[in-house]
Design a protein around this ligand. Structure first.
Ligand SMILES: *Cc1c(COP(=O)(O)O)cnc(C)c1O
Length: 227
């Protein structure tokens, strides 16, 4: 087996094991930022279909190189208002909606032929100054605004907890996200996605109810730049 195959098989097995223990399925989003299109192609050949990117321009270049493959692209990096058009035109999912003023431009630019953009609201669950995401108290208004747009489909929440060394603190943040997610589902029953957990902590996230884990370095190897 190639090293990418070994990593992929191992991660899939760990996700399945964690999900089985918590009796809920979890999907893998392969985070390919800073990695070449060839690395995405290699994983696609093993059956992975969903890929996450942080930077719009980098993602568009890879999408062009991989246009022969039927992949699902998720934008997971912070979204600037001047990138709403490209986000709406070129991605299947957006994980980082965190303010009301992005909702109308995303809906306006979403091409009809692509169907609705699948939207997650990013929550700044540890209230970190430098991190994107809305505060928990803003989720309701954002969810209502997304739900009112036929060009957008509200699918759930996303978070990146503070990188505490103490894993119990990370787990507590995941648990708080789960509470917010359950509350959101009471008002929006179609919501089905809780995106949380990365290479270092995805099993804890699944234990607290993650349905989609975003994994980069454990699949593709460490990133050279600090992206
Ligand atoms: C980079 C990134 C990931 C993947 O991080 P790893 O630790 O390499 O698994 C997941 N989510 C977001 C939002 C990221 O920016």
């Amino acid at each position: 087996m190639s090293s990418s195959e070994t990593a992929f098989t191992g991660i899939c097995a760990r996700i399945a094991r964690a999900a089985a223990q918590h009796s809920a399925p979890a999907r893998l989003l392969a985070v390919s930022k800073t990695k070449p299109a060839a690395a995405v192609r290699a994983l696609a050949a093993l059956g992975q279909r969903c890929f996450g990117e942080n930077y719009v321009q980098e993602a568009l270049a890879k999408q062009r190189e991989l246009s022969d493959l039927a992949l699902e692209w998720h934008l997971i990096g912070p979204l600037q208002s001047n990138k709403c058009r490209e986000a709406a035109e070129h991605f299947d999912w957006l994980h980082s909606l965190d303010r009301l003023k992005l909702v109308a431009p995303l809906a306006r630019w979403r091409p009809d032929v692509r169907g609705p953009l699948q939207v997650l609201i990013q929550v700044n669950i540890d209230d970190e100054a430098a991190k994107s995401g809305c505060s928990p108290s803003e989720i309701d208004a954002l969810a209502t605004a997304v739900a009112a747009q036929p060009a957008l489909r509200l699918r759930g929440l996303m978070a990146i907890p503070a990188p505490h060394e103490d894993l119990a603190l990370r787990r507590a943040a995941f648990a708080r996200m789960r509470g917010l997610y359950d509350a959101l589902r009471r008002d929006h029953p179609a919501v089905d996605t809780l995106s949380m957990g990365m290479s270092e902590d995805f099993e804890l996230a699944i234990a607290e109810g993650a349905t989609l884990v975003r994994i980069g370095s454990a699949l593709f190897g460490a990133r050279v730049s600090a992206a």
